[in-house]
Design a protein around this ligand. Structure first.
Ligand code: PLP
Length: 404
């Protein structure tokens, strides 16, 4: 996909618009499976929350992936995309027992991260296999909001609670089919996985009927030229060796599972916006685009970096700009960025816009969420229409305030 294709898409479909390159998704998927080729049974479960458009899910299905879901709605979306229940793992946190039971009724793999819920579920459904999410208490992740393995985290069952966990399993006679962890996002250091794997293997030894061990995700992708990323190839070599050794001692070839979101879709995404105004103040030149944190919240939420370039004037003289949105709070996408000269009407492209971008978009300021395009087989395919005013008003109910 060339920059000129992106400009054509912005002109044809309007802005703002999200564009995803299917080829990049495919190459990331293959890179990951190739890194773990030494493992007999590997399962990649794409984390739906990262980018949940049904056409993206269908693309993953075509690649042979399963999916990781965190809500009953994501489960339903996965089923609608054609995944069979066995290809879906459901890893909720803080949801009701009712919701977990609904997911179990649909036949998907259940992952529980709470002792109280585990006991209730096991007592009522001892024959439904359950995976357990362990919190190995390994501190990892790029930002406090995406580090979920630490001692104060709400996620997972603490390794310090294993004796309690074992009592529940024994009393309920439930069948534990998997052990899982997910310690955070943007993890640079593969030692985090290697160290945590020892904890998972130790935990796994307590259960005789395991089918898989799920190492979650959190792989870091590059956000700018020269940025560090998780060394997937080295991780593949080292973790596969450890896993194979463990399987030997366990006496069974288990499945090694991962559930990446960002690694698979982040770099495929391009968010295109139009410059509404260039505003020169005494200290700064602002480029004000037709979007805001209603469409792309990561810079404001996590301090995430998205490279921004001017794809409609790629040869213009470079100058410094602060790129901001049109929202009624401060919504700075990038401060003092060196960008080719920007004029009103230019198209600015935000990179790494595949993961946690559209899926976190909202209607704040009563704005429409943008269209989404999949670039597939050298053609642009509309995979979500831009919202209209009907989408804003449809579910609102007007009260007759004059009727006493
Ligand atoms: C349980 C679980 N699995 C997988 C993921 C995907 O993580 P990433 O996008 O860093 O690959 C997340 C992200 O929050 C998660 O919470």
């Amino acid at each position: 996909m060339k920059n000129s294709d992106l400009v054509t898409i912005a002109n044809e479909y309007g802005s703002p618009v999200y564009v995803y390159d299917a080829e990049k998704i495919e190459s990331q998927y293959k890179r990951l499976t190739n890194a773990f080729k030494d493992v007999k049974h590997l399962k990649i479960n794409y984390a739906v929350k990262a980018l949940s458009n049904i056409s993206i899910l269908k693309l993953f299905k075509k690649l042979g992936s399963g999916i990781d879901t965190v809500s009953i709605q994501e489960v339903q979306l996965g089923l609608a995309a054609g995944f069979s229940p066995e290809q879906i793992i459901y890893t909720p946190n803080g949801v009701s027992l009712d919701e977990i039971e609904s997911a179990a009724t649909l036949g998907v793999k259940i992952n529980i991260d709470n002792l109280s819920i585990l006991e209730q579920f096991g007592t009522k459904h001892p024959n439904t296999p359950v995976c357990i999410r362990i919190n190995p208490h390994v501190m990892a992740g790029g930002n406090a909001n995406i580090s979920v393995g630490h001692i104060d985290s709400k996620f997972g069952i603490s390794i310090h609670q294993i004796p309690h966990l074992l009592r529940i399993v024994e009393n309920t006679k439930m069948n534990i089919n998997g052990i899982h962890m997910h310690t955070g996002s943007d993890i640079l250091d593969i030692d985090v996985f290697l160290y945590a794997s020892e904890i998972l293997f130790d935990t796994a030894k307590h259960f005789k009927n395991l089918e898989f061990i799920d190492f979650g995700s959190g792989f870091k992708v590059p956000y700018k030229t020269g940025d560090i990323e998780t060394n997937i190839e080295e991780l593949g070599k080292k973790l596969s060796a450890k896993f194979n050794t463990f399987c030997k001692s366990y006496g069974k070839d288990l499945t090694l599972a991962f559930e990446p979101g960002k690694f698979l879709v982040s770099e495929s995404g391009h968010f295109l916006t139009k410059v509404n105004a260039v505003k020169q103040t005494t200290s700064t030149v602002f480029a004000q685009v037709d979007s805001g944190f209603n469409h792309l919240i990561r810079p404001m939420f996590y301090g995430s970096h998205h490279e921004i370039d001017n794809i409609s004037n790629p040869k213009g003289r470079e100058r410094f700009y602060s790129v901001v949105g049109y929202i009624c709070e401060t919504d700075t996408f990038g401060n003092n960025r060196r960008i080719n000269e920007i004029n009103e009407g230019d198209i600015l492209r935000f990179k790494n816009a595949g993961a946690y971008c559209f899926s976190m978009a909202s209607n704040y300021n009563s704005r429409f969420r943008p269209a989404e395009i999949l670039w597939y087989n050298n053609k642009a395919h509309l995979i979500r229409k831009q919202e209209t005013f009907d989408d804003i008003i449809n579910n609102q109910v007007e009260v007759d305030l004059d009727n006493k």
